[in-house]
Design a protein around this ligand. Sequence first.
Ligand code: DUC
Ligand code: ZN
Ligand code: ZN
Length: 473
Amino acid sequence: MTTFDLVIPGGTVVTASDIFQCDVGIRDGRIVSLGHSLAGDHTIDASDRLVLPGGIDSHVHVSQPSGPDIIMADDFASATRSAAFGGNTTIMPFCLQEKGNSMRQAIKDDHGLADGNCYIDVSFHMIISDPTEQLLGQDLPALVEDGYTSFKIFMTYDDLKLDDREILEVMSAARRTGALVMVHAENYDAIRFMTDKLESAGNIAPYYHATSRPIVVEREAPHRAISLAELVDVPLVVVHVSNGEAMEEIHRAQTKGLKVFAETCPQYLVLTEQDLDGLNMEGAKYVCSPPPRDQESQAACWDGIKRGVFDVFSSDHCPFRYDDTAGKLVPKGRTSFRWVPNGIPGVETRLPILFSEGVSKGRIDLNKFVAITSTNHAKMYGLYPRKGTISVGADADIAIWDANREVTISQNILNHGADYTPYEGMKVIGWPQTTIVRGKCVVRNGQLSGKPGDGIYLERDRSPYAASPVSTA
Ligand code: DUC
Ligand code: ZN
Ligand code: ZN
């Protein structure tokens, strides 16, 4: 008797805590059995393969407004297709409230872009840039109830940055509503001071982007954000941490018992600021914030992954085309690094880079890999146990990996909308070959088998890591 729509037999199943041999039985998009000798309507053989929870990338930018005449390189179709090829089954892009605009409208606009166009599942974080009374008092509580349960705030950038008072107001609103606060922690005034000085001295090349935001400006900001969060008694996620000094601020807070969580990204493990030092404008390919640092910082980030200071490993995929005046070669960018769009592509390469540099090279084990690329994202952002694990009752979101496949990362094998990869020429061992979203094969043996609309929008529960909402009853 056939009992399953799809069976994945013969693989080695890995979760954040266990490794075991079994078949996975799937019905109606969910995992319904982990057993042996299962039979189904369809079979995808996983002999000699790893069967992992699909990657969840909780830090991705898609079609985000990025300033006058700048266009992001990925829309929801290309970003989710690229993510699927990289072994992901859910991404979490940001919905940006521009100053003077309503968050509701921004979310409506992004649904207009995303709904029906995604190959894998998506769920939005918000970005709060204009914390009006209307937003904090009325809209935010309603949006959190509707499943938009996390938001990011910025401590830098002209159009985004909040001052300390605004941060306190926003954190208080998160405390009341049970939303989870993410913070981009760099010191705005220090960066402006450095940028003005560098420009005055004629140091305008992309390389000076890194000089303008040294480690100390990234060490001060998380310290301040954590202090403000402590004052309000609200949990905090510090995103895209690039170095040991910022990380130690976080670790100190964690040791003290504060609910402070942290994220790092591939660029901080395998790139350095020397990559920004290319001829002509080549360095623009690596302009992102915080910038890649040095080998000592890379080692510190690995140490933070191993010690558990970092809960999640995300891509911070923020793609701009290089050879494009609406991208990295925007004309003003030649007058100063200040105008080069900030961000690099990486949603497709996040998992292979961590797998190769981490698991294949013996720095981390498979359970840790699954934890920081999938399970912890689901837990942190209110999707667990539906997402982020392989267990009976969970969505059948699965990536089948060939742990021995050797690949040289190159633009011509990637599927993102950018025209380059910052990881060109990097050799990796381990590659995802098949990606299954709620039981539907979206990528099969490296070939696209899904279509736009296979991915759905996910409303999320409140994060168990956030404050308990204050009852108004
Ligand atoms: N912060 C991000 O999170 N992504 C890209 C640019 C930035 O500053
Ligand atoms: Zn940021
Ligand atoms: Zn980002």
